[in-house]
Design a protein around this ligand. Structure first.
Ligand SMILES: Nc1ncnc2c1ncn2[C@@H]1O[C@H](COP(=O)(O)OP(=O)(O)OP(=O)(O)O)[C@@H](O)[C@H]1O
Length: 542
């Protein structure tokens, strides 16, 4: 009964008692008038309560009746009644744990063994994607009885899980319902709420893909993927640490290699050799030596820029380095020892300022390149960009984790990337398709790195797809993120990173909230072959 009817009761009782007090001993006309008035009002209220409840019951009953389906398993038939699970709107900012609320309710209902109906949670696609509860029973049971029990169970669940409502589902034609293999087992997607599944099925399903990534989150039966040729418009994989980025990048690399791509993974933390066992691995035992001399089109200025970026050089220091590199280029020789000698001997230090710049630059070079640096970058047996491009065919993992100095690691990785891009531009990459995975991309694409950002725009037409992987998209140049046409967004916890991604995708408030609710391996996929973003569960590699 609605609360406004309750508020009328004290008023009626008041009127009646008033009348009684004044006329308790005399049965006069006024007393009879008040009594009759009170009784009429009481009758009106009670009848309203009864009718409104009855109407609700009838409507619900009819809805449910329209939602009873028959399910034929191998040797048994069942009736089932389905309810879509809808999270109630939450206006205050308190975080509601819909999942555990619902789980407690379901457990309570399932514990009651006396019931005819059993309960299962399934994901459904039709009439719209979402999660649903099924109440089901053997077909020989009385339908009316089942309906009454379903109504009862529905209200039990709603009262134990107050932030969840169950809406009867009606399927227009045949229900498309991926049922659990064994009825009664709870398939629990962990996502409740209509808003999340606002995407219409015909918006998301696309048969137009040749790289399968997994299945849509609402259904383990519907595979989903991307087109391999779309990777040339670049890929962004983002997510907090442990959200499943490396697995997704490894899956993509594996599938693209099968399609004839040459894949090169710049593996910042050394995670990929365990995931992709048939890839060539370059690590501390087997590293690639880079020769920045003999670079023809790769200008000395570009090398100076990359070194300047990795070493955090000032403009005067960068200029001095450039002068030194020019001399080495003419000598056709590169080693850090000769670079230092050239800077000391060939460049004047007449003024105090020149001496200061020179001293600071040589100090930075010495600190970085004595030891491993000397071995990694050298004209002695090193690969030029042409050699490197030719060498890295098939699947390749360049494990960078053995380089302890972050500055050296960054310079070495940047040089490899720059070499590969130069190779593609120079050769126009005819008859080849390349896919370069850049882990911890914020180290390469910070705001300052113009050399790489510029090359990124140039390589579009040369069959090179870059895959930018980052746990910290707010530290990646926003232009770079915008330049990725495929985005795979795993769970993101940090608000600033969420905002950056939401802006690049024009996500609404619900989309933003969704980003930190994803489980490991779950992601929001945006790709040119999909009409709208879709939640997916990525397949696990190995
Ligand atoms: N799609 C998936 N299905 C099931 N498990 C997964 C999936 N993706 C990743 N995992 C598991 O989750 C853990 C973290 O995965 P992964 O290393 O890919 O995350 P990450 O985001 O790259 O983390 P980090 O930033 O720390 O490298 C691993 O144990 C991995 O096996």
């Amino acid at each position: 009964m609605e609360t406004r009817y309750f508020s009328l009761i004290p008023l009626l009782v008041g009127i009646y008692l008033l009348g009684s007090t004044f006329h308790i001993f005399s049965l006069n006309q006024e007393y009879i008038f008040y009594s009759v008035l009170a009784i009429i009002l009481l009758i009106v209220i009670l009848s309203k309560f009864y009718v409104s409840n009855k109407i609700k019951k009838i409507i619900l009953h009819m809805n449910i009746k329209n939602s009873i389906y028959e399910l034929q398993l191998t040797d048994e038939s069942y009736y089932f009644i389905g309810f879509r699970i809808v999270g109630k709107e939450n206006n205050n900012d308190i975080k509601i744990d819909y999942n555990s609320e619902l789980q407690i309710a379901i457990d309570t209902v399932r514990r009651n063994k006396d019931r005819n109906l059993k309960v299962a949670i399934v994901t459904l696609l039709d009439p719209a994607p979402g999660s649903a509860i099924l109440f089901y029973a053997k077909k020989d049971k009385d339908i009316e009885h089942l309906i009454n029990e379903a109504i009862l169970l529905k209200s039990m669940i709603e009262s134990i899980a107050p932030h969840v409502t169950l809406e009867p589902i009606s399927f227009k034609v045949n229900p498309v319902l991926p049922l659990p293999k064994v009825l009664g087992s709870v398939i629990y997607t962990g996502y409740i709420g209509q808003k999340k599944f606002d995407v219409k099925t015909d918006h998301i399903i696309s048969g137009d893909y040749d790289i399968e990534l997994g299945n849509i989150l609402e259904s383990s039966e519907i595979p989903i993927g991307i087109r391999s040729n779309d990777v040339f418009r670049h890929v962004g994989i983002f997510g907090s640490t442990g959200s499943g980025k490396s697995n997704t990048a490894a899956l993509l690399s594996m599938e693209l290699k099968k399609k004839g791509f040459d894949v090169i993974i710049l593996d910042w933390h050394g995670e990929y050799k365990n995931l992709l066992r048939d890839f060539n691995v370059y690590d501390s035992q087997n590293f690639l030596v880079l020769n920045p001399i003999d670079t023809d089109d790769l200008t000395t200025m570009d090398i100076a820029e990359l070194m300047g970026d990795a070493l955090e050089l000032t403009e005067p220091q960068k200029f001095l380095l450039y002068l030194g590199l020019e001399v080495l280029n003419q000598m056709h020789e590169f080693s850090f020892k000769t670079l230092l000698q050239v800077i000391s001997a060939n460049i004047s230090d007449n003024t105090f300022m020149q001496r200061d710049v020179k001293f600071a630059l040589t100090r930075k070079i010495i600190m970085l390149f004595s030891g491993l640096g000397e071995k990694l970058i050298s004209s002695d047996n090193g690969y030029t960009y042409m050699d490197l491009g030719e060498k890295l065919r098939g699947g390749n993992i360049i494990d960078l984790s053995f380089i302890r100095s972050i500055k050296l690691r960054k310079l070495y990785a940047l040089m490899i990337l720059r070499f590969l891009l130069e190779y593609a531009i120079e050769t126009r990459n005819k008859d080849r398709k390349m896919f370069i995975v850049i882990e911890e991309a914020q180290n390469y694409f910070n705001q300052m790195n113009t050399v790489i950002s510029r090359a990124l725009q140039e390589i579009r037409k040369f069959n090179v797809g870059l895959c930018i992987v980052s746990q910290s998209p707010s530290n990646v140049d926003q232009e770079v993120i915008k330049n990725t046409s495929i985005k795979i967004i795993h769970s993101i916890k940090s608000n600033i990173d969420k905002k950056v991604i939401a802006d690049s995708l024009s996500l609404d408030k619900e989309g933003i909230q969704l980003m930190d609710k994803l489980d490991i391996g779950e992601a929001l996929l945006v790709a040119p072959n999909l009409r709208k973003e879709v939640l997916i569960k990525v397949k696990k590699v190995v």
